[in-house]
Ligand binder design. Structure first.
Ligand code: SF4
Ligand code: SF4
Ligand code: FES
Length: 264
């Protein structure tokens, strides 16, 4: 029989509460998902009341403040701190986004922070990205050519480069592989082991659209499968969620058009 309730050990419990110093004038409470694979306990939501005069304006600033000043056991990923590495992707206030570019003024009330949904959690806010990266490897994300190499680099016209970069800078080459889109896609939640999901399909399109690449047929053959591509039902969560303003749903539609065109 189908189990419709969460297993006991996955239920989120109320965790510890950390108060701001008594002289703090302006405070905010951050409710943060915590789970440690080593202590065999259920996940919990810890509450941190933070003196906002001590911390910067972004959600990542608050997490760094908590880690440095309140609770060094809190674990999360981050690197660039300016929206280009994709490592600080998490669910903030119910939406997948980048902690470093999410302004605290854009969140009302307490700030609830949980890991990207529907991926195994390694610890606290760190999801296990092994599966999406294994899927990334399957699309062979590098230029493939058959003709003899040019004497210098492979040149590309500005018009062709614009297909990748986008006239407005929001083309497929601007993807930072944060996986906010894939983890907001219901089809990826249910069939993530077989559907490639919007992030990887956007990358697949990036190589199909590259006029220097000569492996389009082979790339389309690899995607021609009832699950890998066709589990996208144009629900659009991916495009609505992308913190970089990209359009993975459109890229998937373009791949489907290429599939139709080659059969015509
Ligand atoms: S448009 Fe496709 S890939 Fe994007 S959220 Fe919907 S089903 Fe997922
Ligand atoms: S398309 Fe957007 S949300 Fe998806 S991985 Fe790329 S940058 Fe992240
Ligand atoms: S820390 Fe690099 S995108 Fe946020």
């Amino acid at each position: 029989m189908v189990q419709l309730t969460l297993p006991k050990n996955s239920k989120i419990t109320e965790g510890q509460s950390f108060k701001a110093p008594a002289d703090a004038k302006k405070t905010r409470t951050f409710r943060v998902y915590r789970w440690n694979p080593d202590d065999k306990k259920n996940p919990r939501l810890d509450s941190y009341e933070i003196d906002m005069s001590k911390c910067g304006p972004m959600v990542l600033d608050a997490l760094i403040y908590i880690k440095n000043e309140v609770d060094p056991t809190l674990t999360f990923r981050r690197s660039c701190r300016e929206g280009v590495c994709g490592s600080c992707a998490m669910n903030i206030d119910g939406t997948n986004t980048l902690a470093c570019t999410k302004h605290l003024d854009d969140v009302k009330g307490d700030v609830k922070i949980t890991p990207l949904p529907h991926l195994p959690v390694m610890k606290d806010l760190v999801p296990d990205l092994s599966m999406p990266y294994a899927q990334y490897a399957t699309i062979e994300p590098w230029m493939k050519t058959q003709s003899s190499p040019p004497s210098r680099e492979h040149l590309q016209s500005a018009t062709d480069a614009n297909i990748l970069n986008g006239e407005d800078g929001h083309g497929p080459a601007a993807c930072i592989l944060c996986f906010c889109c894939s983890t907001s896609c219901p089809s990826y939640w249910w069939n993530g082991d077989r559907f490639l999901g919007p992030a990887i399909l956007l990358q697949a399109y990036r190589w199909l659209a590259d006029t220097r690449d000569e492996a389009a047929g082979e790339r389309l053959d690899q995607l021609e499968d009832p699950f890998r591509l066709y589990r996208c039902h144009t629900i659009m969560n991916c495009t609505n969620t992308c913190p970089k303003g990209l359009n993975p749903a459109k890229a998937i539609a373009e791949i489907k058009k290429l599939m139709v065109a080659r059969k015509a």
